[in-house]
Write a protein that binds this ligand. Structure first.
Ligand code: ADP
Length: 594
């Protein structure tokens, strides 16, 4: 073990308040301080930033951190300054006055870490200032943006390699990403010109996250009930289109949820305000397209719900992975409906004319669809997708592993639905079939003379919603298919005929009664007091609450219950600077809480 690791650990305790590196961080820090180019592939929340920040503090001169998103820079730099680290960022949000000041600061050696957007790298002025500095390391964050095959290709990333090549002395190069399939990994090494790199791939598992696929529910009422059941939890709802974001936003706002919206169609100001309100815990929930989130470091996001299925598992895992970055339990739920497939296919079709790329994206979509349908462990599915080997076949913490094993025989209902579709000559969609079964008096049904069918009104005792739900479940379990057309039409799949002939019985899990995460900790009262205190301090200091202390740190305070400031050091996440700034107030609240 390198003798420098002890120094690294001291810095970790001093600035971050953590006693040790996580197992996945240790080898990355070690290979960097040994001076070796390094590619680290670590899932979101694994603690990537510390892996380059600590070596940066140990190296002479500056570490440049290249990062694609402005919000990420501001967040990380704010967090580091709270921890007593000299860091800054340079990007287009700064006025020319501010840029000049910061560049002067760089020239004076006032910073250990400088975050820059890749677009900045080829400006002459920036380069001329750097020329006179020692740049020990270039750390490339979100390195998958280099690859055309990644899900987030950014042309500006192509400027990084020429920039490095143009430096007076080649710095150490480190690349970090959360999502990389083997082909993307190869691309990063090649395109950045990493020299004999150490490649660290940490396990993709995020054991604190619960994964669930929810099929056949009314999505809106599911959302509302979920949020009502989790009134204190911050969460993100992702939808595939702006239109859906707007709808969800309006619906939940009507029901008094503190919600914001975020998509590319809104003004920069509105997006920035929404993001800040979310970071500052003024909004409980954000409804967003995938434009939101890369670089959202808010560590106390407790749930991420996908209202629509995304187009690839890479994208899904990255978005879902924004839950529970602090290591506390988080829930990642995907509300699946077969219509989502059509939306995504459409989006893929219009996204490019390149046939090879299209086929590649469609294949990825198919794996995403498979995820929604698999009856096996969801976590194992994800881990295998990223080239890993699951430790166990069943994780016990996903909707399939925890599914209510008790199933109901729904053969009769299935026969009613299938024969109705059959009698309607497989020419109509879900709504009309459900209406016929219900015995609806809609004009369209009379016009089409569907009220003369023997299946008309066969399910008149069931609410229409429940009939639709049954149909959606039969689609999800492959008894029925939907055509890929603008108005999808229901067709019978081969097993449906076996059911109609009485040769096959159909069982479905009983509707899930609401299940909750692990029950509230015994210290829920104190935790809430500390949370409220954190919010007060955050408003006073004008920084997001999670930058004061993470949820995990508050929980650890409840566990340790320090009696004095010295004992407060034992709490995970209390470093020197934060102890000095906030220690007393939290201590007082803990002592009063006894
Ligand atoms: P990533 O960039 O990989 O998504 P972050 O760097 O944001 O992850 O870290 C995620 C969370 O884990 C943060 O709250 C961070 O403070 C915490 N963390 C990182 N390293 C450690 C550690 N060694 N011990 C405890 N918590 C850690």
């Amino acid at each position: 073990m390198s003798p420098y690791m002890d120094e690294a650990r001291l810095l970790l305790k001093k600035h971050y308040g953590y006693d040790q590196f996580r197992p996945a961080q240790e080898p990355v820090v070690e290979s960097l301080i040994a001076g070796r180019d390094t590619l680290a592939i670590m899932p979101t929340g694994a603690g990537k930033s510390i892996c380059f920040q600590i070596p940066a503090l140990m190296f002479p001169g500056i570490t440049l951190v290249i990062s694609p998103l402005i919000s990420l820079m501001k967040d990380q730099v704010d967090a580091m300054r709270e921890q007593g680290i000299d860091a800054t960022f340079i990007n287009s949000t700064l006025s020319s006055e501010e840029s000049r000041e910061r560049l002067a600061g760089i020239a004076h050696g006032s910073y250990k870490l400088v975050y820059v957007a890749p677009e900045r790298l080829d400006t002459d002025y920036f380069q001329s200032i750097l020329e006179r500095q020692t740049i020990s390391m270039v750390a490339v964050d979100e390195a998958h943006c280099l690859s055309q095959w990644g899900h987030d290709f950014r042309p500006s990333y192509q400027q990084i390699a020429p920039f490095i090549a143009g430096l007076r002395r080649r710095p150490l190069v480190a690349a970090f990403t959360a999502t990389a399939t083997p082909e993307v990994r190869e691309d990063i090494i090649r395109l950045l010109g990493l020299q004999d790199p150490a490649v660290h791939v940490s396990g993709f598992d995020r054991p604190n996250l619960y994964f669930g696929v929810i099929t056949g529910e009314d999505k809106d009422s599911f959302l509302l009930h979920y949020i009502e059941d989790h009134p204190r939890d911050a969460g993100i709802i992702y939808a595939a289109t702006r239109k859906n974001v707007e709808r969800i936003y309006a619906y939940l706002q009507k029901h008094h949820v503190a919600i914001g919206r975020y998509h590319a169609g809104l003004s920069d100001e509105e997006r920035e305000r929404t993001q800040d309100d979310f970071l500052y815990d003024n909004l409980q929930v954000i409804a967003a397209t995938n434009a939101f989130g890369m670089g959202i470091d808010k560590s106390n996001v407790r749930f991420v719900i996908h209202y629509n299925m995304p187009k690839s598992l890479e994208g899904y895992y990255q978005e879902a992975g924004r839950a529970g970055r602090d290591g506390e339990p988080g829930e990642c739920l995907l509300l699946y409906a077969p219509q989502d497939i059509l939306t995504q296919k459409y989006l893929i079709n219009v996204s490019t004319d390149d046939e090879e790329r299209k086929a590649h994206n469609l294949a990825k979509l198919q794996r995403m669809i498979d995820y929604c349908h698999t009856p096996d462990c969801l976590r194992a599915f994800i881990i295998r997708y990223f080239g890993g080997t699951p430790e166990k076949a069943e994780c016990g913490n996903c909707s399939n592993c925890r599914a209510n094993r008790e199933k109901a025989d729904v053969t009769t209902e299935a026969q009613m639905v299938f024969s109705c579709i059959y009698r309607m000559h497989e020419r109509y969609g879900t709504t009309l079939v459900a209406q016929v079964l219900k015995g609806s008096s809609e004009k369209r049904i009379r016009d089409l003379r569907l009220d003369a069918l023997s299946t008309y009104g066969l399910m008149k005792d069931k609410p229409l919603k429940e009939i639709r739900l049954l149909i959606q479940r039969f689609i999800a379990t492959d008894y029925l298919t939907l055509t890929e057309s603008e108005y999808p039409v229901l067709r019978l799949a081969p097993p449906a005929y076996d059911v109609l002939r009485g040769q096959l019985k159909v069982f479905q899990p009983l509707p899930q009664t609401k299940k909750r995460r692990a029950s509230a900790p015994a210290d829920a009262g104190l935790f809430e007091t500390l949370r409220a205190l954190r919010k007060d301090i955050a408003s006073r200091e004008q920084i997001p609450p999670y930058l004061i202390f993470s949820d995990a740190t508050l929980r650890d305070m409840c566990r340790v219950r320090p009696k004095n400031l010295e004992a407060m050091r034992e709490v995970k996440g209390v470093g020197e600077r934060k102890l000095a700034r906030f220690g007393k107030e939290f201590l007082a609240a803990i002592l009063a809480g006894k």
